[in-house]
Design a protein around this ligand. Structure first.
Ligand code: FRU
Length: 513
């Protein structure tokens, strides 16, 4: 019998499967020109596919000066379908060059989420003539078995590339990790554990994480399980990640677990635990649930591999609650901006803080200072910094001349940040979309420091140096053109600084190929 969580996962895909079945022929949408960059709601500083459906970031690996982003992709429609791995490359995680699809569905099934590593020691033996293999580890999701309601639908497979991600060969011995009878058994995140000289796979296994280890990426041994009774369990656990972060010179471990549904503002969201990992087992220091991003629109977020001391996080900027319904025509969804993670301590608690990677701020063009209460003009993407002298109420409004607006800010009475998109524009595509969302303030500082990253269809709020983060998407009928900061006591606003951000399509011929 299906339990509730398992049912949910089936339900998530059923409308899509039905829709696909009803299409006699799916048409490939070709767009050879660059007009995609100016389509309505097209993000100007966030990665989005030119056409088709996109969800989770996958296989993010930095190698030889290039950031690789693979992603859950269905090229033949703007709703979820048979999953491929799309591919894009970048030198700075902002300007992307679209690449041919890296992995296509095969006899083992759709290519679900997973990770990629640079196997510099050639542990896999895939390397030849000095070429370092990039190895992708992903879930093969078998739609035939799914229809038969079997429990061994998902198995882990690998593929390798000897030309820096241009072409991929699937391993003949796939799957490398077979399903022991767990319906949700997916999204392998693999990293090298130097102390034990072995690979660790962090796998989402329905309501817990299971760790496996391997000397060669092909043979996997179960190490331990974590989390059955810890953290948030409003839905199924998906897309985990495990990585170290230093705090005052000491290595700590962060375990990221995406959850759908059951997020703090409904639907999908990213929770995490901080603790110790000894090569076999993860032991958390605290057990209360924490979220990397409290907004409704960051999901499946994980980090890049092979970036040295930097830990860079990227999420899918949507929510399964309405991802298949959002009002864009030729494509669906974008990624968040890349975010640099670090550990902070508030009281006895470790918190993961994120801030926009410096590559984002490198897009800044003109910067201007605004007075509180005055209206500034928005003309495309922007970053806004607000500093207050006190933790007192304030609100920032982004609006257009149709009276559509998003309001965000701080509410002292509840000591929380908020984003209200009830009147943001197109909202009727899903009944829960028009809502006001909140996130707790953790900082105990007297003053507030807030950074906003604004794009045509999204706002990312980083408060208190990234201790509280919220991501929110919206679809105004015409782009927001005005920006106002208001506070009951204006004297509490110390400064408002706004910088225009250059569109990633400005002068980027590569992205338009
Ligand atoms: C998360 C997820 C993953 C799965 C993929 C399928 O958004 O459900 O668990 O691998 O999407 O596209």
């Amino acid at each position: 019998m299906l339990n509730q969580k398992t049912m949910f996962v089936y339900l998530k895909y059923i409308p899509v499967i039905a829709l696909l079945a009803s299409c006699t022929a799916t048409k490939k949408m070709a767009s050879q020109d660059s007009s995609f960059a100016t389509e309505q709601h097209r993000p100007q500083i966030h990665f989005s596919p030119k056409t088709g459906w996109m969800n989770d970031p996958n296989g993010m690996v930095y190698y030889n000066g290039t950031y690789h982003l693979f992603y859950q992709y269905y090229p033949d429609s703007t709703v979820w379908g048979p999953m491929h791995w799309g591919h894009a490359t970048s030198k700075d995680m902002m300007h992307w060059q679209h690449q041919p699809i890296a992995l296509y569905p095969d006899s083992l099934g759709y290519i679900f989420s997973g990770s990629a590593v640079a196997d510099v020691n050639n542990t896999s033996g895939f390397g030849k003539s000095g070429h370092v293999p990039l190895v992708a580890i992903f879930t093969s999701h078998d739609p035939k078995r799914e229809k038969e309601h079997r429990n061994d639908v998902e198995n882990q497979s690998i593929a390798y590339s000897l030309d820096e991600g241009k072409t991929w060969t699937k391993y003949s011995g796939n799957p490398v990790l077979k399903n022991p009878g767990i319906r949700d058994f997916r999204d392998p995140k693999v990293s090298w554990f130097e102390e034990g000289k072995k690979w660790i796979m962090t796998l989402a296994t329905q309501d817990r994480i299971t760790f496996f280890s391997s000397p060669n990426l092909k043979d996997w041994t179960k190490e331990s399980e974590f989390g059955k009774d810890l953290g948030a369990h409003g839905g199924v656990w998906e897309c985990p990640d495990l990585f170290p972060l230093n705090y005052e010179g000491k290595k700590q471990w962060v375990l990221v677990v995406n959850l759908n549904p059951g997020g703090p503002n409904g639907g999908s969201a990213t929770q995490y635990f901080v603790g110790n990992f000894d090569g076999h087992q993860f032991t958390p220091y605290q057990t209360e649930t924490k979220w990397i991003d409290y907004g409704p629109d960051e999901y499946a977020g994980i980090t890049w591999s092979n970036t040295g001391d930097r830990k860079i996080f990227l999420g899918w900027m949507s929510n399964w609650q309405y991802a298949n319904l959002v009002p864009t025509k030729k494509w669906r969804s974008a990624m968040t901006v890349p975010r640099e993670l670090r550990l902070e301590k508030v009281g006895e608690n470790f918190l993961v803080a994120s801030k926009p990677a410096e590559e984002v701020t490198r897009l800044a063009a003109q910067t201007m200072n605004l007075e509180s209460g005055t209206t500034g003009k928005l003309n495309g993407p922007a970053t806004v910094h607000i500093a207050t002298s006190k933790a007192a109420d304030f609100a920032i409004t982004l609006s257009n001349d149709k009276g559509q607006k998003v309001v965000l800010g701080y509410d002292k009475a509840s000591n929380s940040y908020f984003i209200d998109r009830t009147q943001s524009g197109k909202v009727s595509f899903e009944k829960g979309f028009a809502a006001r969302h909140t996130a707790p303030r953790f900082s105990t500082s007297e003053s507030i420091d807030l950074t906003l990253i604004i794009d045509n269809a999204s706002a990312e709020l980083f408060a208190d140096n990234g201790l509280t983060v919220m991501t929110e998407i919206f679809f105004p009928d015409s782009d927001y053109s005005d920006f106002t900061v208001q506070a009951p006591d204006r004297s509490t606003i110390r400064s408002v600084q706004m910088s225009r951000l250059k569109s990633i399509y400005e002068g980027n011929s590569l992205a338009q190929q």
